[in-house]
Ligand binder design. Sequence first.
Ligand code: ZN
Length: 436
Amino acid sequence: MARSESDPSQDGRDAPAQRVVAQIDGKRPGPTMLVVGALHANEPAGLAAARRVHAWLCDRRDSFAGRFVAIRGHTRAPSTARYVDEDLNRAFTRERLERRNGPPSVEQVEARELLQLVAAERRLARGPVILIDLHTTSAPSLPFVAFEDTLPVRRLARATGLPMLVGLEECLQGLFFDHLCSALGIPAMVIEGGEHQAPLSVEVLSNAVRLVMARAEMVSLSPHERVELRGADHVNTSRRAGSVFDIRFRLAVVDPALTIPLGVEAFGPVRRRRTTLAIQHGVALKSPITGVAIMPNRQAERKIGDDAVFVATRVSRVWLALSAWLRRREFIHRMLPAIAPGVSAIPGRAGALRVSPRIAVVLKREVFHLLGYRVLAGSDAAVRSAPVRWLRAAGFSLATLGRAATRPWRRTPDAPASKEEEVWIVERRRLDRAAK
Ligand SMILES: [Zn+2]
């Protein structure tokens, strides 16, 4: 297909900007790579990076397999604003996408149009469809890649060589990449390239896209090229490169005039009960866990309910390798409701489990995430320290086993769980279920 380019400047526009910015088909069939930039309209680096990859592919069309499409995420907001009515990267919930009463918000229209485009590409595709959503941050930050932790996406994301962040979708609703992975079964990830205006951001983003394309076997890179693409200096020299971080805590904005201390930096250390994450309404809010700060919100304008900052903890390599091994063992998933105390299958919902809250507080992170399950319902227990959670769960497990062992001799049936106890629902991730 012919190369196409739209007008670079779209400020003060009346009509929406062109959504498909550039596209190219290789000579051989292969995966379809959809690269989205400026889902937040004030983040132009993503679009510039997508254009750069497109130009690079034009030069190597003979050896390129598959299809590449560069997509403008937000076509209606001016490039000085993040969004018009609501954050587009929170608009991808079933409720918002399907709501028909009243006029839709600008972002509801944008979200529906984006999904129509993805569906059209999927119909055209002659291989798997992959989507990468490119962003930049308001504060200086190490670049990173964020995704829903499934084995197929982990494999692609690791190719970037960037720090990896998982668990965002359990803190935030309506993320674009989450909808693609969990509702549509399309491998998707977010890449944050650094600060909005940093000159290196475009380079980091376009390099990361190329590395993922190489992993997906759309292009081949020489060892030299690979080193060069990973070598955007500050990335490779960082101790954080290639590490996985799990988001455990989100602090929301309750006071738009909040201050985030300067010491709270992206990927900088945070100490439990010591580090002040933010000062809201004159109150210093300490971190409930030890870890690293992620995406401190230094936007000029903040609204109530926006993210102030996240705290994540590093996941060990052993844990990652173990989880990859366990997730591929289908019998474990079949046996879980039979052997784990307080866990039961939900009739008619493959891959979903009902979990007693007392066991869930410990199993959520340590076991369900390890096995590739996502918590759909249940309150967060990140604030409790691990030893406390383990003790509670051990006590509960013993009690459950004791009840089961003595059941034949008891006259009274087990008491139903009390109404106040919120039952947790966990579900095995769709892309893991599909991966063989
Ligand atoms: Zn963004």
